[in-house]
Design a protein around this ligand. Sequence first.
Ligand code: PAF
Length: 282
Amino acid sequence: MQLISDIQAMSEQIDKWRKQNLSIGFVPTMGYLHEGHLSLVKAAKENDKVVLSIFVNPMQFGPKEDLASYPRDLKRDTKLCEENGVDIIFSPTAEQMYPQNFSTYVDMNSISDKLCGASRKGHFRGVCTVLMKLFNIVRPHNVYFGQKDAQQCAVVKHMIEDLNLNLKLKICPIIREEDKLAKSSRNVYLNEKERKAALVLSKAIFLGENLVKNGQRNPKIIIEEMKKELLKEKLAKIDYVSLVHPKTMQELEWIENEVLGAIAVFIGKTRLIDNFLIQELQ
Ligand code: PAF
């Protein structure tokens, strides 16, 4: 396995692979890898080559967010990538990605200003911009994202369609801890008490999902019940609980055929997200 941090060197390696007609699977990450990321790597093994990027993208963090403290451990990540058959870790520096005169952005209307986009202003502009750059450098055939970041998946899908990007988006299921907490690099921030408290997220998610599956179609009632569940936990502070259309992220008045139930909750200072997706209701 190679570790490449230089953009030019990465690009040259991709040229070689492309000339040999090898298919390239790409897993973009911010590092501090967990089983969620590794499930994406496993899926990406359907390609001839797998590139995983590690870049804590400053552009997608707000001024009061956790850019400085975001967990980083390149040595551990490298070992995990080696063990899981990644061919290249691409880990560029912020200086290379955003030189001083950097001034081009990828922005999106409508679906990126809801949910996480509403509480994290500019977040998806940062995500889209960095992904556009990474896609151009790595030139993958297939890209792999986790359903845990449901809105990010919808935003990327939209960007690929809007900008006619020549790559396929593959979305992989949420990976959970044994006690059902969704895996996230940010779980490491939680102390023992908070870690227990964080279980309230998946409880609320499963409650909402079961209500829909058992026939409830009124989003207001489901949201109310999910909020009640979340507020049973004293350490939880709700950012949002929303039932939206999975493609547009528009709030639903009534559940017809498909629904994304998405929540963001602070446990102490740590903001965690989780969701359920139902794509075809009878
Ligand atoms: O999901 C993430 O880790 C990041 O948003 C991504 C896609 C790597 C872009 O920085």
